[in-house]
Design a binder for this molecule. Sequence first.
Ligand SMILES: [Zn+2]
Length: 453
Amino acid sequence: MPRLHVHCKTLFTGLEDQPRHDQALIIEDGLFSHVGTRASAPQPLPGETLIDTGEHFVMPGLVDVHTHLVFGNAKSEEDIDLHVSAEFRALRGLFFAQHVLAAGYTSVVVPGDAGQCSIAVRDAINAGLFTGPRIAASSNVIANRQSLNDWFPSWVGTPEYFTGRLCATRDEQIAEIRRQAKDGVDLIKIAMDGTQRRANGEHIAAFTEAETRAMVEEAHRLGKKVAVHAYGREAVLYAARAGVDVIFHAFFLDDACIEAMLESGSHLAPTFTMLANNVEFAEDYEPSTRSGYAAMQQRVIDIGCRNLRRAREAGVPFMTGSDSGFAITPYGEWHAREIEILVDWLGFTPAEALRAATSVSARMLSATQPVGAIEVGRRADFIRVDGSPLENVAILQERDRIRGVYLGGQRMEPQVPGYDPYKVSDFNTVKWAELHTRQRAVAAGKRPVPARG
Ligand SMILES: [Zn+2]
């Protein structure tokens, strides 16, 4: 393969604080083989391609460690788990993968979905059949009677096509991890928060510390990463002590959790975007607002901001995730909002937040796919941006600022045609949001006021 030369006026490597100027990148077999000043770079030979990126800001492709690629922008858990086949979910995931890529996200971690869905999307993209980001795939979220993703009543359980997998005993937990490893996952997802609380309101972790350690040990023994959902202090503490690779949320952590994370090297991905969107965008008539969920999320944001600021100051490494895949976080729209939140809410510098969204988040990708930085030996995944995110990280959310997306040095042309959301998800059978009593109909002037004798 002939070498590809890229000239950049402004380059952010994903590893430093300052941008570099007048740089030349050389790409061979999809990898950066030279990164340095233009003056010191070998000149293009006849037949080699030169890309001049002009005034654009060149940086590593972005990484979202929390994108549910096959949820279809769902409005409910029933929408995710009941109404569409696994096959349709995977095909839909291929379509939305292009929306993610067009937003400048060249890698995503998919933490939890039924069966082989994200594995199949990953494999189809890796085989070159479709365009999409690099994917770290998972399978069912390991849950027990106490945790998230075992949403439905115990008499329903967790059928094959559900996102959660009920693993009630330690033996079942280990067997499920081995099953998933055999089927080709890159990571194991565990739902660590329990449904029960102590008298003081604290969440009780879904799994014991010994169970958590056993699961993480087995996943790591098989070469798989581990991601957990954990708001609660105890869940965070067990996960951190067990050496989980990334802890999502961690809003109620305390100093012992921070210490354990620093010791084991666990990363923290707040995934505030989902909460922020819910608080700001959910309408008064939506169940999220009416049930008090949105208000609860505002309280969690307030506490989470205080606690996670301390974690950052202590040196816990942060990753960026958006929880894209729900109706409040549609694909390709909000991934980069998390970067803005790290800056505005947690006091990150723009460079620090951009490193979190590139080189740090890339640690969740397979070691055979070193990405996330513009550095010799890494895969040549990069984007061209109109404007400097170091001056304003929010511009990364503007689709028309993303002027070129490259995977392994190849320019991608993702297709993002419009679609009818009601044919893609939202197959719920809920028909009414109100109780239509006679009194209500009368008050609305739709029935005559009863005459009184
Ligand atoms: Zn999630």
